[in-house]
Design a protein around this ligand. Sequence first.
Ligand code: UTP
Length: 306
Amino acid sequence: MDRNPSAQTARVRTAIFPVAGLGTRFLPATKATPKELLPVLDTPLIQFAIDEARAAGIERMVFVSHPSKSAIERYVRADEELEATLRERGKARLADMLSDNALDESETQIRFVMQDEPLGLGHAVLCAKDHVLPGPVAVILPDDLILGEPGCLSEMIDAYDPQKAGHMVATMQVDEEAVSSYGVLDATGRDGALILAKGMVEKPAPEDAPSRQAVVGRYVLSGKIFDDLEGLPPGAGGEIQLTDAIAKAVDGEGLCGFRFTGTRYDCGSKAGMLSATLAVASEDTEYHAVVGRTVEAADVAVTAAE
Ligand code: UTP
């Protein structure tokens, strides 16, 4: 038993995976295949996100999905029939891989909640409210792929200290002209990997941006986030924005950014997905003959965007 009550309440036990979006940037691919199941080589984006949450010791995973995206639940849960068929056909290694990937209820609790209409990321997180364990929660956007060891969420949970800031958002430095694509921190100082902040602005024009610290898809949020999301009016793009609820709590809960060590790929965009695929392929000798020089060019592009 944990004797320190404050450590107990600060433990991050739940991860929310919002996966109900329309994925319009990937149409027509996403007409019948959820964006979160698009693969980097052979591994769907959702699998990378699940692995990251597992490595961070998450006990409960809440997937906020849409009725038209039932393939996500099918992917996440074990498929014993397929595994048995693979074993019968002498493909035990593939069956073992599927079995390892599938979430096992005895190890990790799984909940599926439906967001019937994609009303925004903030609304998706609010849909998870009744399914989270007590304490702060993590939010992982699977289309933001962050590669590196340790995983971004593990790093964030290690660094999370509600005494310093109840809300922590993953941030990376972007070029000035890129700030208008992100939420941007109003930074006040630095404490190791933490960037102390007094606010956050959604998609500012470069001349109005308070910093170049852009928020990407990993969050550790105080449980109070649900109160702040409740009744929040639609913000930018007519959507209920998670950023607005985080910004609302700056004075009470406190806010900081976290500079993770891995490399982030925006796999919600075609260019990001292509960069991620080339980066992963370049790590495997099987593909060296195919990627060759192309990888060097892609590495340059990714580094330039950081
Ligand atoms: P995005 O804004 O990148 O996803 O949301 P999108 O809306 O599906 O994609 P585009 O812009 O139309 O191409 C980031 C994550 O939040 C989820 C998405 O599924 C994605 O994983 N999301 C977004 C929701 O679950 N609900 C929403 O209402 C919006």
